[in-house]
Design a protein around this ligand. Structure first.
Ligand code: GLU
Length: 474
């Protein structure tokens, strides 16, 4: 690559940044980082009505969460109106643009006429060569004089060569009747001013690209190179919906995913390197090759994301996971100031759960009493046959000198032996008794984390329940 690579991500804060947007940002960021270039952020907030602070925050926070750092200051289009107006004036003065006074009715008639001829609806260039200046009270739009002949050639880094005839393109509006610039104009002005060398974006913009290239040419500026990424589809191969991927990217954080898992997942949506599945961020930046991005749309695969999240949870240090777990538990209103040490809990749970949310769900029992037993588990395991074994194990546990997993394990073993039953016949009722359900880390670890007092009082609670059951049977 000759010259410095400069890419950008240019989201509009009119909706919440979702997984498709973030994948675009990631590929653009990776391309820049891979080539030791710059990655710039531009907020396309010219639509003041539809742009919201909340959507902007999701962009900024989402990118920060994922570590997609940008270079230089953020460019806000809303602060560049004067520049756009100057370019529009320049194009008018150089006769590369003109005022158009068509009424909506005229445009509609034009549209119908073209369609009746079986052609694409397009503006017919009515005012192109009239050179009419607006009189007092006129509110014309400004149209760009698209070249009438020739082709626009896009050597897209992903899609390959795309050729569009200028005959297919009409004179697009670059300023609305209130003078405000339109998307295709602002993008070109900004990409030029920011020195963008490579535009990586969704292929929903592919049809804008020839128009933008023509505007670049009119401004005597080289157009950047383009890489149009295919769409992301839901697991059924349909357009993304709120349930699948179209929700805010921060929801993945809410749901307990780790940023590196999401990044790893996204990089594999439409790009591969052999059959490698796991990529650290460092590896991604080293190996990323945009030319190897798929041309075809990629479908979401939630199981894969979960699998990656599990992988990164296991790989993470307990300290870090403890912080995330703490935040989740506090959000759930759990008081985590008492024992056990969150780091211990996180260290155990990170080996077995899929998300931080699941971890919090399965860890609150270490900090607060559970309201009710899981019905099925209690029915199955807190039965009269478990009465004696549980009494026995409670007594043995109460008499332990040390409260650690080895001693606890030995105590359960001893109780099982005394009762002449298998370890599991005590362990499972014991688990239900102390956790309320049938799923927890191994029983000795569970009890160790729970502490002796909680273990004994919960055993007492379960014994009472079984005693009531026995009494009911008699
Ligand atoms: N603001 C546009 C969008 O959010 C992106 C424009 C571009 O990348 O050129 O779709």
């Amino acid at each position: 690559m000759t010259g410095k690579v400069i890419t950008r991500f240019a989201p509009s804060p009119t909706g919440f940044l979702h997984i498709g947007g973030i994948r675009t940002a990631l590929f653009s960021w990776l391309f820049a980082r891979r080539h030791n270039g710059e990655f710039l952020l531009r907020i396309e907030d010219t639509d003041r009505e539809r742009s919201t602070e909340a959507a902007l925050n999701v962009i900024l926070e989402g990118m920060e969460w994922l570590g997609l750092d940008h270079d230089r200051d953020i460019v806000y289009q809303s602060q560049r109106t004067e520049k756009y107006e100057a370019v529009i004036r320049e194009l008018l003065e150089r006769d590369l643009a003109y005022y158009c006074y068509c009424t909506p009715e005229e445009l509609e008639a034009m549209r119908k006429e073209a369609m009746s001829r079986g052609e694409k609806p397009r503006y017919n260039g009515k005012y192109r060569d009239l050179g009419r200046r607006p009189a007092e009270g006129d509110t014309p739009v400004v149209r760009f004089k698209n070249p009438l002949d020739g082709d626009v050639v896009i050597d897209d880094l992903i899609q390959g060569r795309v050729v569009i005839s200028n005959r297919e393109l009409d004179d697009l509006i670059i300023a609305r009747s209130d003078g405000s610039p339109t998307y295709n104009l602002t993008v070109v002005v900004d990409d030029a001013d920011m020195g963008i060398t490579h535009v990586v974006r969704g292929d929903d913009h592919l049809n804008n690209t020839p128009r933008q290239i023509n505007i670049f040419n009119a401004l005597d500026h080289d157009a950047p190179k383009y890489a149009h990424l295919p769409l992301i589809l839901d697991p059924e191969g349909k357009k993304l919906s709120k349930r699948h991927g179209a929700a805010s990217v921060l929801e993945y954080r809410e749901q307990g995913y780790l940023p590196e898992a999401l990044l790893n997942y996204l990089v594999r949506l439409g790009w591969s390197h052999g059959d490698q599945e796991i990529f650290s961020t460092g590896e991604m930046t080293e190996l990323f090759d945009i030319a190897r991005a798929n041309k075809a749309a990629a479908a979401l695969n939630p199981d894969k994301l979960t699998w990656l999240n599990q992988h990164y949870l296991r790989e993470s240090k307990a300290e870090r996971i403890a912080c995330l777990l703490k935040r989740k538990l506090v959000e759930l209103g759990v008081d985590v100031t008492g024992a056990p040490d969150l780091k211990e809990v996180a260290g155990v749970q990170k080996e077995r759960v899929k998300t931080i949310v699941e971890m919090a769900d399965q860890s609150r029992l270490f900090y607060e009493e559970f309201a009710e037993y899981d019905e099925t588990a209690a029915k199955k395991h807190l039965r009269p046959v478990a009465l004696e074994p549980l009494r026995q194990v409670r007594e043995t546990l109460a008499g332990l000198d040390a409260w650690d997993r080895e001693s606890i394990h030995a105590a359960i073993d001893a109780a099982a032996e005394q009762q002449a039953i298998k370890f599991g016949k005590i362990a499972q009722p014991l688990r239900v008794a102390v956790t309320g359900g049938a799923v927890s880390p191994s029983i000795d670890v569970t009890l160790e984390l729970l502490g002796r007092d909680r273990t004994l009082s919960r055993l007492a609670r379960a014994l009472e329940l079984i005693e009531r059951r026995v009494a009911a049977q008699e």
